[in-house]
Design a protein around this ligand. Structure first.
Ligand SMILES: C[S@@+](CC[C@H](N)C(=O)[O-])C[C@H]1O[C@@H](n2cnc3c(N)ncnc32)[C@H](O)[C@@H]1O
Length: 232
């Protein structure tokens, strides 16, 4: 039953979704939809990784694929996903192998024909991660393991209780230092953040940014990175 209290995918996350999905989350989800509209992998098979109840996804996006495999350990999230998209025949796969050394290479090998969509997973605590999990080392394996494959990820860079003073620049041609990004959004004063340790992922790729207002006093700075590169 650990999934019910797990920090990245729990009952409390689904309750938050119930409360805020149509209000606070709506502008961010509109942004995710635009990122996904521009992401055009040339595959008929999509692997969704950590989609939870699919709150950020749309039927229109999912219908672009003939086969959809889901890596999502939370059974309530699976049930919600099926309920939200009754017309989609999801295939399910266990995923505790993913947050291990060689996890991305295994992912690529298990699904040789697929595009991969990491649905705000890379900066979260994950089912299967060891106590000595080192996120930086794990993330450095992503780009070489998925070279030549289509993949996309939106992920938390930092989260804070302080309301941003302005939005981030929506796009950059390559990775930008986290401090620089934070300074774009929060001017002066004290800023306490949780660093999700994802900054600098695949540094040469272009990327996009948005703020996710997760709860009344919780703001996340989120990054989108994808291959193939987004259309400009
Ligand atoms: C922050 S939530 C994702 C939010 C969701 N994409 C949305 O848009 O609302 C992170 C998700 O990752 C899932 N997760 C945790 N460990 C995982 C693993 N090893 N493989 C795949 N998904 C995992 C959790 O169950 C949770 O649903």
């Amino acid at each position: 039953m650990s999934y019910l209290i797990h920090p990245s995918g729990s009952l409390s996350y689904h309750l938050r979704a119930l409360l805020w999905r149509h209000r606070l989350w709506a502008p961010f989800h509109a942004q995710v939809r635009r990122w996904l509209t521009d992401w055009r992998p040339e595959t008929t098979h999509l692997v969704l990784i950590g989609p939870s109840g699919g709150y950020a996804l749309t039927a229109q996006f999912l219908e672009r694929f003939e086969h959809i495999t889901v890596l999502e350990p939370d059974p309530l999230a699976r049930w919600l996903l099926r309920r939200r998209f009754p017309g989609v025949a999801f295939a399910w796969c266990e995923s505790e192998f993913l947050p291990q050394a060689g996890g991305f290479a295994q992912l690529a090998a298990r699904f040789p024909d697929a595009a991969f969509l990491f649905c705000n997973l890379l900066g979260q605590e994950l089912q299967g991660q060891a106590v000595d999990f080192h996120r930086g080392a794990w993330l450095r394996e992503l780009e070489p393991a998925l070279a030549g494959r289509a993949w996309g990820s939106w992920h938390d860079l930092a989260s804070t209780r302080r309301k941003p003073d302005q939005p981030p620049h929506p796009r950059q041609d390559h990775a930008v230092l986290l401090d620089e990004l934070l300074a774009q959004c929060w001017s002066g004063g004290t800023l306490e953040i949780t660093d999700h340790e994802t900054a600098g992922l695949c540094p040469a790729l272009p990327r996009r940014y948005a703020i996710w207002h997760l709860a009344p006093r919780s703001y996340h700075l989120v990054e989108w990175v994808g291959a193939p590169r987004p259309c400009s």
